[in-house]
Design a protein around this ligand. Structure first.
Ligand code: SF4
Length: 218
């Protein structure tokens, strides 16, 4: 099947069906404070959620503020996050980001998109994640690998660039769904629209989905 973009009624009905099916979908990393969330988000790159959630309880017990991280060093942090991929680089990023937060914002994680994205290692996806989940501020849709993959498969966006995908989604997803749409797509991806072989026969979208890029399905 060629590459097709779902438009108008089909896109809206697909989004509504997903929102109805996964209305309890929510952010998947555990945290209590904005700094916890920022650190968990940095750790989560190319790492399973379960692995992140398995290392953060001890980490968050030891490090509670941006200053705690800023005053630490990479070797100390790696003792806590050694199980995650690229632990050494992530430790350095956490320390650099927390130093900037400490110096520029008095230790408080900023709640503005431009201030967040100026921090080292924080892109628009993580900034949206922090704004939505730590502050309840919804300015956009976090675009992670699941959102990239499923938006293309379902035909909601044919772009590859995350910023362009976000713009496409913001045009067609009702604003009231922006805060959880990434988590709805991720839940659908893990349960049904799996990376290697999607289970199209059991999918609520199988009447409208163009299955862009899918070569095998069950
Ligand atoms: S499981 Fe199949 S029909 Fe459903 S969204 Fe994925 S590719 Fe489309």
């Amino acid at each position: 099947m060629g590459v097709i973009l779902l438009e108008g009624g089909d896109a809206k009905s697909a989004i509504d069906a997903l929102e109805k099916e996964y209305k309890s979908a929510k952010y998947y990393l555990n945290f209590s404070t904005p700094i916890d969330l920022l650190v968990a988000a940095i750790i989560s790159a190319q790492t399973r959620d379960e692995t992140v959630n398995s290392v953060t309880p001890e980490l968050f017990k030891k490090f509670k503020t941006a200053k705690d991280y800023a005053n630490s060093n990479a070797n100390e942090l790696v003792k806590y996050i050694g199980k995650v991929s690229f632990a050494g680089n992530k430790a350095k990023n956490i320390i650099a980001t927390c130093k900037a937060i400490e110096e520029k914002y008095g230790g408080k994680v900023p709640n503005k998109m431009d201030e967040l994205t100026e921090l080292p290692g924080i892109g628009r996806k993580t900034a949206n994640t922090i704004l939505i989940n730590a502050y309840g501020i919804v300015n956009g849709i976090p675009v992670d690998t699941w959102v990239i993959k499923l938006s293309y498969r379902i035909g909601l966006s044919l772009n590859k660039d995350p910023d362009k995908i976000e713009q496409d989604l913001m045009r067609i997803v009702d604003k009231k769904h922006w805060k959880n749409f990434a988590y709805v797509l991720k839940t659908h991806g893990k349960k049904i629209c799996q990376s290697q072989i999607p289970i199209c026969s059991k999918c609520i979208l199988n009447k409208v989905c163009p299955r862009n890029g899918v070569t095998k399905s069950l």
